[in-house]
Design a protein around this ligand. Structure first.
Ligand code: SF4
Length: 339
């Protein structure tokens, strides 16, 4: 276990808040059974707990609670300008969980949500119903957008539900982005070539410093090897790249160590991208004062904060040639702000 995990691994949910209307949902029953020692509190609406004013995000991160709720609005949202739709005709992200078991200092969720607790919308069947009318056309859904769904899979089984749904709908492509090392769910299901598992990798030093409670680099690499061996399509995301004064000794060697373990032919793509965040989320991160990441002198254009252009270019100029030693250009996606 890495030092950050020792330091920051959140305690399993001591409290379960359950909306009255999902008390009888089968997923609620399964979760109550799993967390039989947790204190159960029945509520009318998740916002009573999740949107309470004056919550302490940092303190809650150390002891997260779980809220089981019914999603009333849309599960699907059009993909944002900060993410890549990989040229699919339609690109949505699905928001079936709010909050993440991991605790990355750079995560926009800290600016988005008032609470570090996790809300699980148990009625995922309604997301499938919402998506079905779009499935006459090529469609990509990112299932792990406002969370890391694989991190919480043993509890939710939502990834397994998505994979089963994708098996039955041939225009549906899934991207499951994760830092998790737990791929048990994937071993029980036949690989689907329309599903891409996208692993985010960072140098171990960056994981220790900024990606609290996440698996180590070695654990993630092992999970990637296993997923490939099972026949799953894998994309590697060195994104976000966090620029520090150690960048040169951290990031180019990360690409070397990645390809010393994983054969380039066995991955679909590599994504490289510098840290970026909407200005409003950055403001919220600053208010929380949790990490030096929030206080870097970013440049802001069109509401997006990222590194000043010389640093952004330096990141790409350093990493792209290194990646090209292993992969052809067409299998490397790069994110850089348009000038
Ligand atoms: S794993 Fe992703 S969603 Fe979870 S805290 Fe880290 S950046 Fe946020």
């Amino acid at each position: 276990m890495n030092p950050s995990s020792l330091h920051s691994q959140p305690k399993a949910f001591s409290h379960l808040y359950i909306e009255r209307k999902v008390l009888d949902h089968p997923k609620t029953h399964a979760i109550r059974e799993k967390f039989s020692a947790s204190h159960v509190i029945i509520i009318d609406h998740y916002k009573e707990v999740f949107n309470r004013p004056n919550q302490n995000f940092a303190a809650q991160s150390q002891s997260k609670n779980l809220i089981l709720a019914h999603k009333e609005g849309k599960f699907l949202h059009i993909g944002s300008q900060y993410s890549d739709g990989f040229d699919h005709k339609q690109f949505f992200y699905a928001s079936s969980v709010m909050g993440c078991l991991y605790d990355c200092d750079y995560c926009y969720l800290q600016g988005l949500y008032p609470s570090a607790n996790t809300v699980l919308f148990v009625n995922l069947e309604d997301a499938f119903q919402e998506l079905t009318p779009y499935l006459d056309h090529d469609t990509l859904v990112a299932t792990s957008y406002d969370t890391d769904t694989m991190a919480i899979e043993s509890l939710t089984h939502q990834t397994a539900q998505w994979l089963k749904f994708a098996e039955e709908h041939t225009n549906l492509h899934l991207e499951i982005r994760t830092k998790s090392a737990n791929i048990k769910a994937l071993k029980k299901i036949a690989p689907n070539e329309r599903v891409t598992l996208a692993w985010t990798l960072s140098p171990q030093h960056i994981i220790d410093k900024y990606e609290h409670a996440t698996p180590t680099l070695q654990q993630r690499l092992k999970a990637i090897q296993e997923a490939i061996a099972f026949g799953w399509k894998v994309r590697i995301c060195i994104d976000p790249v966090i620029y520090t004064e150690d960048f040169d000794v951290l990031y180019p060697p990360l690409i070397e160590s990645l390809f010393s373990i994983i054969t380039p032919e066995s991955i679909e793509q590599l994504t490289l991208g510098s840290f970026r965040l909407s200005q409003s989320h950055l403001r919220s991160l600053k208010k929380l004062r949790r990490s030096d990441i929030a206080f870097y002198p970013y440049t802001v254009r069109d509401e997006m904060a990222t590194y000043p252009e010389p640093i952004e270019s330096y990141i790409l100029k350093s990493l792209l040639p290194k990646a090209l030693q292993y992969l052809p250009r067409e299998r490397i996606r790069t994110w850089q702000r348009q000038s």
